[in-house]
Design a protein around this ligand. Structure first.
Ligand code: FA5
Length: 338
């Protein structure tokens, strides 16, 4: 039995087999254990010699089991280490990298410029109420200017904001002058789309309010923005225009040219001095909220522009709809660039 057991131990190929060999010989009802149990049935004079004999066998088996177990454990560990080894010299796998959407890159440029000029950068709700989007901005329901911004109405009477200007009102209701903010975010208009018009697009709104703010400040600020975008020789042009929430109002354009010699006036947005009716509407809302009226006698300017126009020229994108079609051939060109 001894030789047979030792051979089985030596030949056990893995720890599982070794365990069953162990059970077979020295387990609770193993062969050796049973022999030991049977000692009691032997006549006393044989018992001692037989006991010593079996114990020697058991010791030999235990020792062999211990050795074989150590060897097998070592082998199992070696195998695991070999299979889990990392070759740190292998070149890495390319990971799919995202990138900033071109509109966000233009926003980064713009908010960088205004951030350096000390403006706070804020956002606001895309679902608006009629009062903030129109009424408080001096556009009552019968005003023809409502036709200029065809509106997506929601079932509960609210709407998708048609411009970022309602944030002028919200911010002034919550803050006292002086203040300087730019608002970034999406706006929506119920419009037929074409190469330069989308039903969802973006705006950057600016608002500065204080004492003695003038049209000269507005022009200087827009010129500074243009220099920030297009360098120190950038030129801006203002043309009289009409917005119910400004008086006077203007449209502004920036002279754009690229190294290939292409150039044009880029109509960027609208601007003007904040209309006194807007300050009045803000003070009314403040009063209703238990806050002091603080906007009477203040002056300020505001502007709103479309970053899509800037991005189309900057990146040579011929159709605004490419920005939002989620075509990887377009957006993939901006991958990995931050
Ligand atoms: C406004 O939305 C005013 N709230 C801007 C403003 C703010 C004026 C503060 C005065 C004071 P307008 O509708 O012109 O104005 O839009 C402003 C800019 O948004 C446009 O110059 C253009 O760049 C962009 N824009 C307008 N409609 C679209 C459209 N459908 N698709 C893409 N860009 C558009």
């Amino acid at each position: 039995m001894r030789e047979e057991a030792l051979q089985a131990i030596q030949e056990a190929p893995d720890l599982g087999t070794l365990q069953s060999v162990k059970t077979r010989y020295v387990g609770k009802s193993g062969l050796v254990t049973r022999e030991l149990g049977a000692l009691g049935k032997l006549p006393p004079e044989e018992r001692k010699a037989r006991g010593a004999e079996i114990n020697a066998v058991r010791q030999a088996i235990d020792a062999a089991l211990g050795e074989r177990e150590a060897v097998l454990k070592r082998a199992a560990l070696d195998a695991r280490l070999a299979s889990e080894a990392l070759d740190v010299t292998l070149p890495g796998l390319p990971l799919p990298a995202g990138g900033l959407h071109p509109i966000n890159r233009v926003y980064e440029d713009l908010t960088g410029i205004f951030g350096r000029l000390g403006y706070a950068v804020i956002e606001g709700p895309e679902v608006e109420d009629e009062h903030h989007n129109f009424e408080a901005l001096n556009v009552p329901w019968y005003h023809p200017a409502r036709d200029l911004q065809d509106t997506f109405w929601l079932e509960d009477g609210r709407l998708l904001r048609t411009h970022t200007s309602p944030m002028q009102v919200r911010y002034m209701v919550d803050h006292e002058p002086p203040l300087k903010i730019v608002v970034r975010g999406k706006v929506y208009r119920y419009e037929a789309t074409d190469a330069t018009h989308e039903a969802m697009f973006h705006q950057l709104e600016g608002l500065v309010v204080g004492d003695g703010i003038s049209m000269a400040d507005l022009k200087g600020t827009v010129a500074e923005m243009a220099r920030g975008l297009y360098g120190p020789t950038a030129r801006v042009r203002f043309q009289p225009s009409y917005y119910p929430f400004t008086e006077p109002g203007a449209d502004f354009a920036v002279w754009w040219e690229n190294p290939r010699g292409e150039s044009k006036w880029l109509e960027l947005g609208g601007c003007g001095m904040v209309h006194p009716s807007v300050f009045r509407a803000v003070d009314d809302l403040r009063e209703a909220a238990g806050k002091p009226r603080v906007y009477e006698g203040k002056t300020g300017f505001a502007f709103g522009l479309g970053p899509e126009r800037i991005a189309m020229l900057k990146y040579g994108i011929p159709d605004i709809r490419y920005f939002y079609a989620n075509d990887p051939r377009v957006l993939g060109q901006f991958r990995g660039e931050l």
